[in-house]
Design a protein around this ligand. Structure first.
Ligand code: SAM
Length: 371
């Protein structure tokens, strides 16, 4: 083993990573090649998705690969004979990912050491993974142009504070959208990110369509299919709009028109995932976080058809001054009353429903009386 490196295993892939990641804590920028064990869950999800969407002969790029963790796992664990490539402009990363490729008998995986934007300007891919430090905005335009028709771009964003509404001015500069603090800010942030990609794609007469978009831990992740056509791009643009929130009543609005300058947007109003993709994804036992993957998959399927903008049980409890009931039982109660209701992956204590806020609060109070 080379000095300064430790060997870890994710799924069925072995990885040499800087030893310091074990000492300095997860995700710390130590000046060495980056590795964050906490992101194993997100990489497990990428493997699950890759198994559904990749096909033979495609060009699949991990554009900001660091140790190569995600790209090598896709090459090793998706069971598809495609051309897998890794890229990082840091030469130490390129050397390490080459070693990691050999460690897993993946010597055929091509390793690039370039600025990602240059690589994307010259070559075309069917899948482009963008997992930067912080915001992905630097890379979206070049990724949209480099992506082949019906290809996929997979984007991570860890600049959560602007997207959650803590720094709305930063959000506006980066994404051209106003963010706003609210009890459902995780969902607003994700929808702003999707809306940004939709507009970037539309500039090139292309549509970006959500395959699997979610929030987890400290990041947002969007997997979007890119399809050619000005009419499709126009149709995608029509799915953008604005979100309003009235704190005194908890009421939420989602509309294509902006009702107030306090509204968040423009942002994506419709589906966050494709039901067909969710149906085919499987949380298999070889994945290190398979239990968590299985649980989130169930919730994604449950909430796939629900209208936007979840409610937090804490929010309902504060408003009514009544302690929150068990989430699952309250959801069952709402369904018995003829409403649509589901859990949401955005918040373990959150729910989605087609009820208006006033109706939901009425049910909440009645549920308490009944108990
Ligand atoms: C957060 S790390 C990637 C982590 C990796 N995807 C994983 O799953 O472990 C971001 C990487 O992007 C690289 N990077 C930053 N800007 C770049 C650019 N313009 N072109 C190529 N690589 C770049 C950095 O050197 C760093 O290794």
């Amino acid at each position: 083993m080379l000095s300064g490196l430790a060997q870890v295993r994710e799924g069925t892939t072995d990885l040499l990573v800087p030893e310091s990641y074990t000492r300095k804590g997860p995700g710390t920028r130590t000046g060495e090649v980056f590795y964050n064990k906490q992101m194993e869950f997100g990489r497990d999800i990428s493997v699950m998705l890759g198994r559904v969407i990749f096909s033979e002969g495609q060009r699949i790029l991990d554009g900001l690969a660091a140790t190569g963790a995600r790209g090598l796992r896709l090459a090793n664990e998706c069971g598809v004979r495609a051309d897998f490539e890794l890229n990082d402009r840091d030469i130490r990363a390129a050397v390490l990912m080459k070693q990691n490729a050999e460690l897993n008998s993946l010597g055929h995986v091509r390793v690039n050491c370039r600025d990602l934007r240059c690589l994307l300007a010259e070559e075309q891919f069917d899948y482009i993974d963008i997992d930067p430090f912080g915001t992905p905005v630097d890379f979206i335009d070049s990724a949209v142009q480099s992506c082949r028709n019906n290809g996929v771009i997979a984007i991570t964003a860890t600049d959560t504070a602007p997207l959650y509404g803590t720094y709305p001015k930063t959000c506006f500069r980066r994404y051209g959208s106003t963010s706003a603090r609210s009890p459902f800010a995780h969902e607003t942030g994700l929808r702003i990110l999707i809306g940004f990609v939709v507009r970037e794609a539309a500039k090139h007469d292309r549509a970006a369509e959500p395959l699997l978009c979610y929030h987890a831990d400290h990041y947002f992740r969007c997997n979007l299919r890119i399809r050619n056509g000005a009419a499709r791009a126009d149709a995608a643009i029509k799915k953008l709009g604005f979100i309003g929130f009235t704190r005194s009543t908890l009421s939420r609005t989602a509309d294509t028109a902006r009702a107030s300058d306090k509204d968040a947007g423009p942002l994506w109003l419709l589906e966050l995932s494709s039901k067909e993709v969710l149906k085919d994804m499987k949380a298999t036992g070889d994945l290190g976080t398979s239990v968590r993957c299985g649980r989130i998959l169930d919730v994604w399927r449950d909430e796939a058809d629900m209208p936007p903008l979840y409610y937090g049980m804490d929010e309902l409890a504060r408003k009514t001054k009544l302690a929150p009931p068990k989430l699952v039982e309250f959801i069952e109660y709402l369904r018995d009353k003829g409403a649509r209701a589901s859990k949401t992956h955005f918040d373990p204590k959150g729910l989605k429903t087609d009820l208006e806020a006033s109706e939901l609060l009425e049910h909440y109070r009645k549920y308490h009386k009944k108990r």
